[in-house]
Each structure stands twice: as C-alpha cells, then as structure tokens.
Design a protein around this ligand. Structure first.
Ligand SMILES: Cc1cc2nc3c(=O)[nH]c(=O)nc-3n(C[C@H](O)[C@H](O)[C@H](O)COP(=O)(O)OP(=O)(O)OC[C@H]3O[C@@H](n4cnc5c(N)ncnc54)[C@H](O)[C@@H]3O)c2cc1C
Length: 432
C-alpha cells in the first residue's frame, strides 16, 4: 500500500491533478474505462468559478456554487479521490510528490488551472483581494460588509466614503460582472439595510489599462457593456494602470488616486503550474505547459495537461485557447476518448475546439454575448446567460438552489447572503 491508501490494480493508474472543469469531465469519463482513476485536489470540492462574483456580492451562498468531488461519479470502484496538494512532478520516476506523500502513475493529467496574476507586484499581491476561490469571494463579501458596518458609525462623510468605495482593477468579464453586481447591491440593498447612510457614499470604480472594457470580446459588446455600466452608475477609468495600493490609497499612472477600503484585483491570470516539467515544455510568460494536439505535454509520453494550464498553439489559436470553461471541458472529453483509443491500440484523434461564444452579464436584465460574428445584448443575452450558467453548474441540488435564489433576488431586489461569516484574512483588512 502507498501513502494514499490506494490498492494496486491490474489496470493502468491515471492520476488527474485538479478537480476543475477539465479534471471533473475527465474523471467522469475515464472511470468508465479499464483504468484506475485517482483524482487529487487541494480542496474537497469543485468550484464553479463563473459564479464566484455572486458569492462576493451576497447574491449566492458559497455551497451553491461548489460541489463535493467525492460525489462526481456514481460510486465507481475504480475511482479514488484524495485531498492533497501536489508539489512536484518527477517524470523520470513516474511519480508525484504531495503534502501527504508520493504516488506513482502510469499516466498523469495536469488540470491545475490558473491563479491570479499580480504581474510581480508584491505590494499589490499582499494588500489587494483576488477572486479565484470560494474563500477569496467570501473574504470580499466579509470585508465589504464589515466596512459598511464601520461606515454607519463614522461621523465624517470622507471617512464613510472611503469605507464604502469599492475599486476593481481589471475590466475583463470578472471585473465587469463584479462592478454590475455591486451597483445592484447599492440600489437594492444599501437603502434598506443602511437607512442612516446616504447610498451615494457607495461608489464603484472600475479601472483598466486598455481603451475599452471587455477587451477580449467584440467592440460591439464592449460598447454595449460600457453603456450598461455607466447607466448603473459605475465609474470607469480606461487607459489607466494601477501602480500601488498602500494606506488605503490606490495610486495609478494617471492623476487618479482613490481612497478605498475595498480593493479587488481582477487584472489577469497566470498558469498554476507544478514544478518538475522540463523548461522547454513550459511557457515562461503564461506559466502554461506546452501540449501537442492530443494534450500530451511536449517531450513526454504519458504526461498530459488540459484546460487553462495547457497551451496548445495551433494555426487558429497561435497563443493557445482562451482560458475559459469550454476548452477545459472539450479537451477533457477528447482526451477521455483518446484514452479509450489508446487502450484499444487505435490512433488518437487531435483536439479541435468548437467555440460556442462568450458572454458577460452586467447587473439585472443586461448582458452581452458574442456568438460567431453576432453580438446580442440586453434582456435576451441576460436570459441566455442565466440558462447557460444553470446548465453547466455541477450538481442538481446546486442548480435548484441557484435558480430559486435568482428568482427570489429578482423579485425582491434582494441579495440575501449578506452575513459576515468569517474573520477577514489579512489581505486588505481596513486599518481603522
Ligand atoms: C472569477 C472568474 C469568473 C469566470 N467566469 C467565467 C465565465 O463566465 N465563463 C467561462 O467560460 N469561464 C469563466 N472563468 C474561467 C473558467 O472558470 C476557467 O477557464 C476554468 O475553470 C478552467 O478549468 P480548469 O479545469 O482548467 O481549471 P480550474 O477550474 O481552475 O480547476 C483547477 C483545480 O486544480 C486544483 N489545483 C490547483 N493546483 C493544485 C495542486 N498543486 N494540487 C492539487 N490541486 C490543485 C484547484 O484546487 C482547482 O480545483 C472564470 C474564472 C474566474 C476566476
């Protein structure tokens, strides 16, 4: 027996590291084959990252967007989940090292996603709040609500404004969706919950270095979303780079300096790689593993990568596929099919990405979606966004809970999950 208490099997052992979209898709499919499947994640749950912003803004409970990884298959005997952090890959020994011990593999699949990119700015990394996990989302929620509680007992308007001002750096889908949801919070919750405060003390600022919001989407979507955000009262600062956040002041490369107790960093992501893979199989700038068209890491026979961490450079996608859920799901499906072929000694099929489009929502009733060369906006896009997110959410219970929450919030203009449940972690804890 090994440190993982996993029995030896007559079937090849596949270790999947990471229970995100890619890892979950693969685990479900591979357990149907003559393989021993070991899924390892540092958490015991899958996180549906597209809805993290709703946890951060009190719209949803964290449990409704996370799903226990032990429950993703139908109790198949060849499936093992272990909660561990993988720290090293040792290709020459076909082994991984983790915080609970070592484990050998016949095949290894790395699906470890991304982490927040602070662009080597240690000061911002230490003082701002990222939003890549349930814990970080809850931290944002708790920080914001605690600041609002403090604001109610401050006599000075300047002090109240600082406590209630929310600044977001990065106007990609995460920043835009967060800003829209905070603006709805200001309209729906602040007047009711904090009647002794002028709601206008709550300002939402969205900062981005490029000349448009949602720069990864079409120009039409950018224009529409800018209009929606402005209508919601969000202050937008384009062509502006955040330089520092110190003593509750966000300083930028322009004249803009903002005093704010809540500062969220959503300006980019970088591969969450595990050391041990040789240098030329690794793309330094993006920290992603270079893979071939079968998701095999370049230079290795039995080590693969899927999803955000995999960089597959093709003619259509010379910089790799976009780091969103669909490539991870589709690569997981294709790789599972290729394992079936591998076991039958049939030739493998290359991965081909089917782009289903991209979308972002901006407050209630408004969203933008790019599908092929078409752009849709307004209520139709918003309704499509709701349906798509419910469909891809893992777990029937989660779908029902989220659906009911949305209906409740929609008709009551409410965001019910506004409890301060955990102590703030050190990041961005107000100093007063
Ligand atoms: C706030 C936010 C909003 C988003 N919105 C959208 C959206 O609207 N639409 C969309 O398509 N995409 C969206 N994305 C992107 C999408 O979530 C990712 O592209 C997708 O999750 C990638 O899937 P993955 O399987 O590659 O990795 P992930 O889903 O990130 O999963 C990686 C897993 O690996 C685990 N892990 C990492 N390192 C280790 C280690 N060393 N040891 C053990 N376990 C480890 C992590 O715990 C995690 O469970 C969003 C992302 C964020 C952060």
């Amino acid at each position: 027996m090994n440190a993982f208490n996993i029995p030896q099997s007559n079937h090849p052992r596949v270790i999947i590291v990471g229970g995100g979209f890619g890892g979950v898709t693969l685990s479900r499919k591979l357990t149907k084959l003559q393989l021993q499947v070991v899924l390892i994640d540092q958490n015991n749950y899958h996180t549906f990252q597209p809805l993290l912003y709703q946890v951060a803004t009190s719209g949803l409970e964290p449990d409704s967007i996370a799903f226990p990884l032990r429950g993703i298959t139908d109790n198949q005997e060849n499936f093992f989940f272990r909660m561990a952090q993988v720290t090293q890959v040792v290709p020459e020994k076909n082994e991984i090292e983790t915080n609970i011990g070592k484990l050998q593999f016949d095949y290894l699949i790395l699906a470890t996603g991304t982490k927040t990119n602070y662009f080597n700015n240690q000061q911002i990394e230490n003082s701002s709040m990222g939003m890549k996990s349930v814990v970080e989302s809850l931290n944002i929620r708790s920080t914001m609500l605690k600041n609002f509680e403090k604001a109610t007992i401050r006599a000075s308007e300047k002090e109240r404004k600082k406590l209630m001002r929310i600044v977001i750096s990065g106007a990609g889908p995460t920043g835009v969706e967060l800003a829209g949801a905070f603006a709805e919070f200001k309209k729906g919750v602040v007047p009711k919950d904090y009647p002794d405060i002028n709601p206008e003390n709550m300002e939402i600022h969205l900062i981005d270095g490029s000349d448009r919001v949602l720069s990864s989407m079409s120009e039409a979507s950018s224009k529409k979303s800018l209009k929606y955000l402005e209508k919601l009262g969000v202050n937008i600062h384009l062509n502006t780079l955040v330089k520092n956040y110190e003593d509750d002041v966000i300083s930028t490369n322009t004249d803009l300096n903002l005093e704010a107790s809540t500062f969220i960093w959503s300006a980019g992501v970088i591969g969450n790689h595990i050391p041990g893979i040789k240098e030329d199989s690794f793309h330094e700038k993006t920290q992603r593993y270079r893979v071939d068209e079968y998701n095999r890491i370049m230079g290795y026979e039995s080590i693969y990568a899927v999803g955000d961490i995999a960089l597959m450079e093709t003619d259509d996608y010379p910089k790799g596929h976009p780091q969103v859920a669909q490539p991870a799901i589709q690569q997981g499906k294709n790789l599972a099919k290729n394992f079936k072929r591998l076991l039958r000694e049939k030739p493998l099929k290359p991965f081909s990405y089917f782009d289903k489009g991209s979308m972002a929502t901006i407050g209630r009733n408004k969203a933008v979606a790019d599908v092929g060369s078409f752009t849709i906006g307004g209520f139709a896009a918003w309704f499509t966004w709701l349906a798509v997110h419910l469909y891809f959410l893992v777990g029937v219970r989660n779908r029902v809970v989220v659906f009911l929450n949305w209906i409740y919030n929609y008709f009551n203009f409410d965001r019910a999950a506004r409890l301060i449940l955990q102590p703030e972690r050190s990041k961005a804890a107000p100093k007063n």
